[in-house]
Design a protein around this ligand. Structure first.
Ligand code: PLP
Length: 383
């Protein structure tokens, strides 16, 4: 049976972050990155089966999960990893902080390209490391700014870590192999470790294929710490499980040292759900990608009719990066909230004048949100 992504599921009473924000308000939440779809049945069944055993104590990483991860990386990317290259953690964001703490010396610096997912901008500060940012622009379709990176790396030897969002949240770009190769070359020349956050790597649309940064060469493998998770693809964010892949033992040791004593255990149910998602849900995943691509197309058509709003090509993720500068609003997020749609403010990603819209929802909900937005834009432009 093909999965049902059309039915609107009421999430009231589940303490959903996304929905609680606008509790008792007529605002459709289209902000935080989880989807309004049921997880695959195989995941729910695996969780139910685990719950039949009523003891939920500390849990080691199941051998079967390690094998599932190895098989998945080999099958999808031709990438071979050893069990010792893997570390399971409760989330990608804590892992980003842990990488910074373990890899970058006090006084060292981190670099990332903006606009980017907000924790990339916060983590260096939390870990008391300096942050440099590289500006991406819409005019170049948010290409990774290679020339600027090269110049900065030359000028700033204190940069020790590149935080790469691959594919990119919020701009929805996939980084091509040629660009990955140049990024690596710059990092090797300046001894910059790469932390490649690939949490959205299974959400490439239109049949695009993800290339893990670490998989492009032996040099890349030794220079990179990769972060992946089943959470975005299979809608498991509340279960807290992600995988860190570091094939260079020295980097793995630095990573582990960065979290010693402070990193929490992985939730038992997170292991169970991840194992089921990554081994039994390929058909669900393919159906999801088709549904998301159709939602993306619908959104693109609607935005074309929305005065003052534009959107670029979305290659990956279920997030749209909307340019609303032409509307000339002082508070774009508040404007659309008043119109009944809750979006993420671009400023938090270092993208003033933009809003991020999550289209990982039933089509009816997306259409309702887009209609509300268009009416609000029409009225504003006519006023
Ligand atoms: C690029 C990126 N990294 C990490 C996360 C969150 O990871 P986690 O929930 O595992 O901490 C998100 C969530 O939207 C994301 O977009």
């Amino acid at each position: 049976m093909s999965p049902d992504f059309d039915t609107v599921i009421n999430r009231e009473g589940t303490w959903s972050s996304k929905w609680e924000k606008y509790r008792d308000q007529d605002v459709l939440p289209m902000w935080v990155a989880d989807m309004d779809f049921a997880a695959p049945d195989a995941v729910t069944q695996a969780l139910r089966a685990r719950l039949e055993h009523p003891i939920y104590g500390y849990t080691v990483v199941p051998d079967a999960l390690t094998t599932v991860i190895q098989n998945r990386l080999r099958k999808r990317y031709g990438w071979s990893v050893l069990p010792s290259d893997l570390e399971l953690v409760p989330g990608v964001v804590p892992a980003i902080n842990q990488v910074i703490r373990g890899v970058v010396r006090p006084g060292g610096a981190v670099v990332t390209a903006v606009p980017v997912y907000q924790p990339f901008l916060q983590a260096p500060e939390y870990m008391a490391r300096q942050l440099f940012t590289l500006e991406m622009t819409e005019a170049t379709h948010w290409d990774f700014p290679l020339a600027e990176f090269r110049a900065l790396a030359e000028a700033r030897p204190e940069i020790e870590l590149l935080l790469l969002c691959h594919p990119m949240n919020p701009v929805g770009r996939v980084i091509p192999l040629a660009v990955l190769t140049e990024i690596l070359e710059i990092c090797l020349a300046h001894n910059i470790v790469i932390c490649s956050d690939e949490i959205h790597c299974e959400l490439l649309l239109d049949g695009r294929v993800h290339t893990p940064m670490a998989s492009i060469s032996a040099l890349a493998r030794d220079q990179t710490i990769t972060l992946q998770a089943a959470s975005k693809t299979f809608n498991l964010a509340g279960l807290g499980c992600a995988v860190v892949i570091a094939q260079n033992p020295a980097l793995m040791a630095q990573f582990k040292a960065g979290g010693a004593g402070i990193m929490a255990h992985v939730n038992t149910l997170g292991y169970v759900a991840t194992q089921a998602a990554w081994s039994e849900c390929d058909a669900w995943h393919e159906a999801l990608l088709r549904y998301l691509a159709a939602n993306r197309d619908l959104l693109t058509r609607h935005v074309a009719e929305m005065p003052g709003v534009s959107v670029g090509v979305i290659e990956a993720t279920y997030l749209a990066w909307l340019n609303v500068t032409e509307l000339g609003l002082t508070d774009p997020q508040g404007f659309f909230e008043s119109a009944g749609v809750g979006l993420s403010d671009g400023a938090q990603f270092s993208g003033d004048g933009y809003l991020r819209l999550n289209f990982g929802c039933p089509r009816l909900m997306l259409e309702t949100g887009l209609d509300r937005m268009r009416k609000a834009c029409d009225a504003w432009m006519q006023a």
